[in-house]
Design a protein. Sequence first.
Length: 331
Amino acid sequence: MPAVAVALCAAVVALAALGGARARELSPGYYDASCPHVYDTVRRVIQEARAADPRILASLLRLHFHDCFVNGCDGSLLLDETPTMRSEKAANANVGSARGFPVVDDIKAALEHACPGVVSCADILALAAEISVELAGGPYWRVMLGRRDGMAANFDGAQILPSPQDPLDNLTKKFADLGLDDTDFVALQGAHTIGRAQCQSIQDRLYNFSGTEQPDPTLDRAYLAELRQRCPAAAGGDDTGLNDLDPVTPDRFDNSYYANIQRNRGVLRSDQAMLSAPEESAESTGPIVGRFASSQAQFFQSFSTAMIKMGNIAPLTGSMGEVRRNCRAVN
Ligand code: HEM
Ligand SMILES: *[C@@H]1O[C@H](CO)[C@@H](O)[C@H](O)[C@H]1NC(C)=O
Ligand SMILES: *[C@@H]1O[C@H](CO)[C@@H](O)[C@H](O)[C@H]1NC(C)=O
């Protein structure tokens, strides 16, 4: 057989094996026998954390995304820096921004007490994401479980996490490369119906959009004025002030995020781009924004489907990786 055909066959076999492994090994009942109260335990710890910090629901949801997009959903995001390994926490998208790690530690401690050495950190993030969405008033889905934890962080991989500065085409490609289509992309962005963005994440839109020294023309004028008040041009170097990603219902998981975009009130450039990017570019995503703005049921359905797909990105199963005892370090 020619080398190309051999390589192709090998690729097909590898893909089939991967697909089979996923279907066979991740399942909602993975811990039914080994840790029957896993869901309630995670939920209880999150409820406790939420009493002191309502934003924690958003922060935990985001951690699952940042985990799955780098080396698949393998808990690599949770690993702390060592002398020989750069932590993903130090990457641009995470440093001074990703939060909720102490709550993940609390969840892990509660689970190690209930069923030592059984529940992976990658699964904790998947469960915490679903529970957080549900507690914020969003949809429910059955979380697929059975992921194992990776042995290394991937700092360089985390440096190319989707950025609000990426053009729309680049963003949809980053999602498509992981098997997430435009419907998944628009639905997953709907996670920005809860949580906060720092001024530094939007400063360019307010004062110097694409180097024009003008604000982003796709940002509603009245809303621009509000955001400029909260995020002054010369804040003395401190641009960590917080803005609601959904100013209408900041802590409620609903579809108002999409209506905001229709009113040119998407907070991040990447939020608004789904509707307002140059015409050809938003041709596919724009109508999906409209569909979710007019039907919360369709948004919830698509969000649940997309979260399960995102949670299926390259999981470690079987005897791959390990179940970490401490989410911050390999055993
Ligand atoms: C195009 C893709 C995306 C981009 C460019 C993006 C970018 C951002 C940025 C810049 C922030 C604010 C960070 C800060 O200022 O500290 C943020 C917050 C957030 N993101 Fe995304 N994001 C994307 C997709 C997603 C997805 C797929 C999810 C989850 C499914 C998600 C969940 C969140 C949540 C919940 C927050 C608020 C976190 C908190 O308040 O602690 N994002 N995102
Ligand atoms: C967008 O993607 C293209 C093609 O991969 C790349 O050349 C370009 O630098 C990217 N743009 C940004 C702003 O990242
Ligand atoms: C606006 O951005 C451009 C390009 O990034 C930069 O060269 C310019 O100095 C900025 N203007 C101001 C007033 O900061």
